[in-house]
Design a protein around this ligand. Structure first.
Ligand code: FES
Length: 337
């Protein structure tokens, strides 16, 4: 029997099925509760139970400490209920967020191609179109593994039923080597989504600076293509960091877009260049951006996606250049390798 979950301070009410987590029920009914790992590990989805009883599920002891359990907190991504419950969640209103309930969709792998020596491009034709905001991610299920893996969507929403994932291999990872090796054309796969609040804050109406590294190009690619297709007149700059030219993918596409759109600038940056004929930037994206913006970033919106070392270095340079937290956006999901 379904139970009723009331979420304060918004007063939203969702139905929770037996065994379903509070987070899953809320997201499937279009109600956002902050989350990141979906596995009881990070604590992002911590909520206070105001009325009723919850089963804490597999909440880890470091994401939900004993004192917090005693004080009536739970993790929405692991907690289930057997009776009606009222919780209080820390929900920030985001006027750029659309209400899109998450759902499970099956699809067929229609194309598989190495984009760089370590990044696999996977194209999946879904049985029904996935509604999402450019920049969001999905959970991807692999046969034999209970836990899905999160991947950003690299396509823009206008591509219909076909979605694109860019999957970087972590050689000693548990799942990415299996996806790289075993995925075949015509495989049937299941995804759930869309998740996340990493998307363009159009209401801010400010110039956009994107920083991407490795397979972190997925979200910026989706967001930039969506902005350009939708006629954005804002200045859009993409810094794409890669080790060398082999690792620099979609360069040709972005160079063509630069010719096509006056408001788009593409700046590839190689950290380990050995090609004497390379005429682009060399070094790290944060240093190149600092040089190009003369160290001043106020008045912009920055979107960062890539390895932690890159994003930390970029955030430092942006903040030194007077761009602060509310204007710096990073993808917050984390997933096992
Ligand atoms: Fe729930 Fe990470 S602990 S989302």
């Amino acid at each position: 029997m379904a139970c009723k979950l009331e979420i304060e301070p918004t007063g939203d009410i969702v139905e929770v099925q037996e065994g379903q987590t509070l987070l899953d029920a809320a997201l499937r009914q279009g109600i956002y509760i902050p989350h990141a790992c979906n596995q009881g590990l990070c604590g992002t989805c911590k909520v206070e139970v105001l009325e009723g009883e919850v089963n804490l599920g597999s909440a880890s002891s470091f994401a939900l400490m004993d004192s917090e359990r005693d004080d009536g907190y739970c993790l929405a991504c692991t907690a289930t209920i057997n009776d009606d419950v009222v919780i209080e969640a820390d929900i920030e209103v985001d006027i750029d967020a659309r209400t899109i309930p998450i759902k499970d969709i099956w699809g067929t792998v229609i194309k598989k191609e190495m984009l760089t020596p370590r990044i696999l491009g996977l194209w999946i034709e879904l049985d029904e179109k996935l509604d999402f905001q450019a920049g969001q991610y999905i959970n991807y299920y692999v046969d034999g593994f209970n836990e899905p893996r999160a991947f950003s969507l690299a396509n823009q929403p206008s591509t219909g039923k076909v979605i694109e994932l860019n999957i970087g291999i972590i050689p000693d990872g548990e799942l990415t080597p299996i996806i790289h090796k075993n995925t075949k054309i015509n495989d049937r796969v299941k995804i759930t989504g869309p998740f996340g609040r990493f998307f363009v804050k159009r209401s801010a109406n400010k110039p956009m600076i994107f920083f991407a590294g490795g397979s972190g190009l997925s979200s910026p690619k989706s967001m930039i293509l969506d902005e350009l297709e939708n006629g954005s007149k804002q200045s859009i700059t993409l810094f794409h960091g890669a080790r060398n030219e082999e690792e620099l993918y979609y360069a040709e596409m972005f160079r063509n877009l630069e010719k096509q759109y006056d408001n788009f600038k593409y700046i590839p940056v190689l950290s380990n260049n050995e090609n004497q004929f390379w005429s682009g930037e060399v070094g790290f994206t944060n240093d190149v951006a600092k040089k190009m913006y003369d160290g001043k970033f106020d008045g912009n919106k920055a979107y960062l996606c890539g390895p932690p070392m890159m994003t930390e270095a970029c955030i430092k340079v942006l903040m030194q250049g007077r761009l602060f937290e509310k204007d710096i956006h990073t993808e917050k999901f984390f997933s096992k390798a």
